[in-house]
Design a protein around this ligand. Structure first.
Ligand code: HEM
Length: 343
């Protein structure tokens, strides 16, 4: 398989866009005409060749551009990558999982050669060719989590497991939907989820934590989460709110199709072998509303989901400013035909 990597930006002139062939593989997140939080976790099995679920860590046409954007964020704010001292082993676990998976799934792009602890890693798209000693951080240019986190799409949090809870003790987070690693570092599962409305009362987090605490190694799971973002901006962090918050005021009925993006997070959960930590990749996919409505099934459904979205979710997800305009704009694509369950 050959992927044509795009030269594009997630800031400034915002040249990011999906190629027509990339649109149908978007992980559309709505299996029904209405949406509410649930404990929507399923096995992360390989599924549908060509889909984002085909491989352990999906690589697509945006890979190189996303890694450039991450480097810009880290240069500006090193606090987006933090690991408490006990998380180094987990960093090596993460590095191993990504290298082994990518070399297996994309042999034309990545190559890993292991000679005992001596590892040789080639990442062709990013032009990296490094040899290092596995487990010895002095042989890498930085912490193993940062080294591999700069080479894999999506943000990554690593959760330590102790006292019957998960603790956000490490992460490389540069493309987040309005939450802060610097604020959440050291928090537990219920603490960092505290701002989410309705889900606590529904028992979503109690069930999810119970499931994750017994997650076995070699049996990863996944779920989809979503929000909307104005402009194809990856870095919508609280730290940079002054840069992107005002964008919400720029949405008009005329520009909404190109400005408002459906932002879907493919979240996966991996038990790590040496540290017993959980790796939590949050892989973000962005798609302009103009692109979403090219698929009639999606167009109908997203109109109904947005129209009937609970006010608490509209507010929490930061959509209040342009939600009515969006629903009105989407209504032109909804012919009222019934939809069947599933995506
Ligand atoms: C939101 C982290 C697992 C459900 C969030 C937020 C963070 C987060 C940082 C943003 C909270 C804020 O507003 O500041 C994580 C981490 C996980 C994890 C590190 C790995 C263990 C889960 C699981 C579920 C879940 C397993 C449910 C099955 C949610 C929901 C939201 C949320 C519903 C609100 C999202 C929205 O409306 O956009 N999570 N989460 N999370 N999380 Fe998690």
């Amino acid at each position: 398989m050959t992927i044509q990597f795009k030269d594009e930006s997630f800031r400034g002139d915002f040249t990011y866009a999906n190629s027509p062939s990339n649109i149908p593989r978007f992980p559309f997140p709505f299996p029904e005409d209405e949406y509410m939080y649930s404990t929507n976790i399923e096995p992360h099995h390989a599924a549908r060749a060509g889909s984002p679920f085909e491989n352990a860590f999906d690589v697509d046409e945006h890979y190189v551009a996303e890694m450039k954007d991450r480097a810009l964020v880290l240069a500006d704010d090193p606090g987006r990558c933090q690991a408490l001292p006990h998380m180094e082993t987990a960093g090596w676990d993460f590095l191993e999982l990504v290298m082994v998976s990518k070399a297996r799934d994309y042999p034309d792009l990545f190559k890993l050669t292991m000679d005992g602890d001596r590892w040789h890693w080639i990442n062709k798209p990013l032009q990296i060719d490094d040899t290092f000693t596995f487990g010895d951080s002095s042989t890498l240019p930085c912490h193993p989590m940062e080294y591999i986190g700069r080479q894999v799409q999506g943000d990554h949090a690593i959760l330590d497991q102790r006292d019957g809870n998960l603790w956000m003790d490490a992460g490389i987070i540069t493309a987040q939907a309005d939450w802060s690693l610097d604020f959440d570092i050291g928090m537990n599962f219920f603490e960092w989820h505290a701002p989410v409305p309705l889900a606590h009362e529904l028992g979503v987090f109690q069930r999810a934590l119970k499931f994750l605490l017994t997650l076995p190694q070699g049996q990863p799971s996944r779920r989809l989460n979503w929000t909307l973002t104005v402009n194809p901006r990856l870095d919508t962090s609280p730290e940079n709110y002054p840069k992107w918050g005002p964008d919400r005021m720029t949405v008009t009925p005329e520009n909404i199709g190109e400005k408002v993006h459906l932002r879907v997070e493919l979240q996966t959960f991996w038990r790590l072998p040496r540290s017993n930590a959980i790796l939590f990749p949050i892989r973000t996919y962005l798609m302009a509303m103009n692109e979403v409505v090219t698929q009639p099934k999606w167009a109908r459904r997203i109109h109904r989901v947005m129209r009937d979205l609970r006010p608490e979710l509209v507010e929490y997800k930061g959509l209040s400013r342009y939600h009515p305009i969006l629903v009105e704009w989407l209504s032109q694509f909804d012919d009222g035909a019934p939809t069947s369950p599933g995506i």
